[in-house]
Each structure stands twice: as structure tokens, then as C-alpha cells.
Write a protein that binds this ligand. Structure first.
Ligand code: KIV
Length: 278
């Protein structure tokens, strides 16, 4: 029987085996991700885009994130559930960061939180970790800063930017992160960061040298058709069979084929007679 994945399990996997992480936003997909043996399930703020249809991740708030995190936690028996701290839930003050991080554990029943940024959020990471809440860091293309980057662009492409990112990774480790997501950065920089810290790095568009990989479940399953980043591998295209099933359902209702007798309930003849007053 498999057992619940813990933060120490994740930390001690570095250099021994590759770690797996995927996003989920609801109970049925959390059940499937958990059954598939994922180490970590991230309730990403990508919720805003792939589930709520927003154009970026900025407008999603604590209410929506906690609502979805709780649903995922109900489905994740073994995987470690990580709640993604939304924009402005941790940037403004250390105190607010600790309170909001705590809500993911208390109200969302998550086992950890994730937040974006390097040295500038190190005080928040330190305070959250000291409150007993495990923190996953996130460097590189951090979508909450897309306005600052001028869009969803690969980061760390100059030697100077790469040096700052390595320093950021060390600062996050020092502050108490148990792992760091590296998003959309050159593979060579991800490799350098992976060798510069003792905590696991989890890549998304950061090459194979990372200690693990994370992807958005809608991208993996072919359910988000607005755009597919180059770093995504689509393992199936579920939107097609879903389209076909919905079209068949509509046609069968329109033609009177569905529901058939096997989907319908009967009443005894005696009750039917009483009803018609015989
Ligand atoms: O919100 C999210 O899904 C993420 C992953 C892409 C790492 O932050």
C-alpha cells in the first residue's frame, strides 16, 4: 500500500530519483493524478487561465484558490498537495504572507504552499517556513510578473540574469524552501541551479537536468486549446473525444433516442390506473 508523500520524502529524493508534479484544480482530476502516483499535486494559479478562462493569472484570489485546493485535497490520498499563493496574497507584507499561507493548510488542507520570486520574497519564505508551513519557490518565468517581463518570455538568457537567478535560488534555499520550480529558462542555467542548491529543482521548460518536472494537467491532456507553450508535451488530446461525446448526446436528445427505457423509471399498472381514475 502506498503512503502519503511528505516534504522530507521530496527533499531526500534529490540525486536518487526524479520527482513528479502536476497541477489539478478539482476532485476528479486530483483522484486521477493521485492514482497515477504523482509525488506532488500543485493547485496552480494557472487555475485562472485553464479553468476560469482568464487571460493571465493576476485576477484569481484567495477565495477561488482555497475553494479548489480543498477539492483537490479531498482527492489526493498520497500525493503532497501544494497550494499556489495568488498575486498580492504575499507580496505586500510578511505578516499577510504568513496568514494567507496558513489558510492553505487550515482551510484548503494542503501540505505546502508555492510562491513566486527570489531574494525579494526571501523574508516571506523565511517567516512562512518558520511558522511550520513548507514552501516551494518558483523562479524564471514567474507568470505573476509577466507585466514586468513584457509577456510570457523565457528568462535567464544573459549571463547577468543567470547569475542573479542562481543567487535567488540560494536565497530561497537559505530562507527555508523545500524545493524550487524553475520555469522557462535555458537548460544549462537550470542545471547550474540544480547543482548550486541542496533542495530539489522542479523544471517546467527548464530541461532534463532538474530533479523533477511539473506540467499543467490541461496541457498534458490536451484540454486547453488557446495556446500550447513549446515546453509542453501533450500526452493525449482529450478535447476531441469530449467534443464527439457531447455532439452525440445532443443529437440523441434531439432525435428522441436518449433517454431509452434503460435510463427511465416505471410505475406499477395499478398505480397508473389509480392515477387515471379507473
Ligand atoms: O500555476 C501553475 O500552474 C504553476 C506551474 C506552471 C508551475 O505555477
Amino acid at each position: 500500500m502506498s503512503k502519503k508523500v511528505t516534504v522530507p520524502d521530496i527533499m531526500s529524493a534529490k540525486g536518487k530519483r526524479k520527482l513528479t508534479e502536476i497541477t489539478a484544480y478539482d476532485y476528479p482530476t486530483a483522484l486521477l493524478a493521485d492514482e497515477s502516483g504523482m509525488d506532488m499535486i500543485l493547485v496552480g494559479d494557472s487555475l485562472a487561465m485553464v479553468v476560469l478562462g482568464q487571460e493571465d493569472t493576476l485576477s484569481v484570489g484567495m477565495t477561488e484558490m482555497l475553494h479548489h485546493t480543498l477539492a483537490v485535497s479531498r482527492g489526493a490520498k498520497n500525493s503532497l498537495v501544494i497550494g499556489d499563493m495568488p498575486f498580492l496574497s504575499y507580496q505586500a507584507s510578511v505578516e499577510q504572507a504568513v496568514i494567507n499561507a496558513g489558510r492553505f493548510l487550515k482551510e484548503g488542507r494542503a501540505g505546502a504552499v508555492k510562491l513566486e520570486g527570489g531574494s525579494r520574497v526571501a523574508p516571506q519564505v523565511k517567516a512562512i517556513a518558520e511558522a511550520g508551513i513548507p514552501v516551494q519557490g518558483h523562479l524564471g518565468l514567474t507568470p505573476q510578473s509577466a507585466q514586468q517581463f513584457g509577456g510570457f518570455k523565457v528568462q535567464g538568457k544573459t549571463a547577468e540574469a543567470a547569475k542573479i537567478m542562481i543567487e535567488d535560488a540560494r536565497a530561497l534555499e537559505q530562507a527555508g524552501c523545500f524545493s524550487i520550480v524553475l520555469e522557462a529558462i535555458p537548460s544549462a542555467i537550470a542545471e547550474k541551479i540544480t547543482h548550486s542548491v541542496k533542495i530539489p529543482t522542479i523544471g517546467i521548460g527548464a530541461g532534463k537536468a532538474c530533479d523533477g518536472q511539473v506540467l499543467v494537467i490541461h496541457d498534458v491532456l490536451g484540454l486547453y486549446e488557446r495556446f500550447t507553450p513549446r515546453f509542453v508535451k501533450q500526452y493525449t488530446k482529450l478535447s476531441e473525444p469530449i467534443r464527439q461525446a457531447l455532439a452525440r448526446y445532443r443529437e440523441e436528445v434531439e432525435k428522441g433516442v436518449f433517454p431509452g427505457p434503460e435510463h427511465s423509471f416505471t410505475m406499477s399498472e395499478e398505480e397508473m390506473r389509480k392515477l387515471s381514475g379507473e
